[in-house]
Design a binder for this molecule. Structure first.
Ligand SMILES: C[S@@+](CC[C@H](N)C(=O)[O-])C[C@H]1O[C@@H](n2cnc3c(N)ncnc32)[C@H](O)[C@@H]1O
Length: 339
């Protein structure tokens, strides 16, 4: 167990803070749900407006100390839950929200705490849990079959050399259990082709895949955005900042296919359906992506892969967008595989 007071002292930047706050317009007041509290950057800024009420959540117990300070400062307008955002419906109970924000992935506080094993610079235990999971990268690496490991790296990391990495993990673990990050880094580096010249670190994709798998991030995302859509008021906004192509593909599909200007009707509704507005959850979706400014990327390089999309909830009654789960079934099935 890692001591939650050991969090990193390095600076924490909230990605696209100005852009997020502008879209949220906190001066109008209302109920805001910050689904990924992290270092609390968005929540703090939203609370500056006296008309806002912020409900924040995060699965990571390391965020508790920052959240407690905010609860003390804003006892009537801020509340925090150490929960996963897949539970958003029960957290919101019967309140509906004006704005819901998801800033996906890891915070710099998590990445820079080498004890948590997210960074390939670490020499510590292979953990990679964001919290509220019994899974760890160590369990995955030492127990899953070669076939499943290869699928995890290929599908969740889009790693081209997934098979060779998986094969070498099986070989190495038959000699000695793989418990530390640097052991895994060595295996991955040796598995990659010698002429590997990419600017990205050879471990980036495998580490991304493991982190997604350990935390069931795709299942969380799909369940979380469906729940958020149910909780949003008509006219309310859902904002999602994603950091890799799988996340962005899911968000884009959801907003585009369930909006009033979608190109193809959902396959669950007949094309000649007279009441065609029935299968719409969002108003006109512009398919616009906002990205961090050049200045922000210089100040905070990891922000370079951020993509912000947002959509406005239509007035229609909520219906369950089954199509979203069907479309991304391959990720959901993989995340639910057990040894
Ligand atoms: C990029 S950080 C958010 C940073 C935050 N916006 C800020 O301004 O400080 C992402 C946070 O989301 C949390 N998180 C990721 N997946 C989650 C989930 N399924 N449920 C709840 N929290 C989650 C992580 O623990 C992490 O603290």
């Amino acid at each position: 167990m890692i001591n939650p007071t050991l969090s990193s002292k390095s600076p924490h930047f909230s990605v696209m803070l100005d852009e997020v706050i502008k879209i949220c317009s906190p001066d109008k007041g209302g109920v805001y749900i910050d689904c990924t509290f992290g270092g609390g950057g968005y929540s703090k800024k939203l609370l500056k407006s006296s008309k806002t009420k912020v409900i924040a959540l995060d699965r990571d117990q390391f965020t508790l100390s920052i959240a407690k300070e905010l609860e003390k400062k804003y006892p009537n307008s801020f509340s925090f839950y150490e929960k996963k955002f897949s539970e958003i419906e029960s957290i919101a109970s019967n309140q509906s929200a004006d704005v819901i924000i998801f800033d996906l992935g890891l915070s710099s506080i998590q990445l820079n705490n080498l004890k948590r094993g997210f960074s390939f610079k670490s020499k510590e235990t292979l953990d990679m849990s964001m919290g509220l999971t019994n899974m760890s990268a160590e369990k995955v690496i030492n127990n899953y079959s070669q076939k499943t490991l290869s699928l995890i790296f290929k599908i969740l990391g889009e790693e081209k050399e997934a098979s060779r990495i998986a094969k070498n993990i099986i070989k190495a673990r038959s000699e000695k259990k793989i418990t530390k990050v640097d052991q895994l880094v060595e295996i991955i580096e040796k598995s990659k082709k010698k002429e590997y010249t990419s600017k990205i670190h050879p471990c980036t994709k495998t580490f991304q895949a493991l982190r997604i798998f350990v935390n069931k991030e795709i299942t969380e995302l799909i369940t979380g955005i469906i729940g958020a859509t149910k909780v949003l008021k008509p006219g309310g906004k859902i904002l999602i900042i994603s950091f890799h192509s799988i996340e962005d593909k899911i968000v884009k599909y959801f907003f585009s296919n369930f909006s009033s200007n979608r190109s193809k009707p959902s396959r669950y509704f007949p094309e000649n359906n007279n009441d065609k507005d029935n299968d719409i959850l969002f108003d006109q979706y512009k398919n616009k992506i906002l990205k961090p400014s050049f200045e922000e990327i210089i100040k905070n390089p990891p922000s370079r892969s951020a993509k912000l999309r947002y959509a406005t909830r239509s007035k229609n009654n909520f219906f369950y967008p089954e199509d979203l789960k069907t479309k991304f079934k391959k990720y959901l099935d993989l995340e639910s595989s057990y040894v």
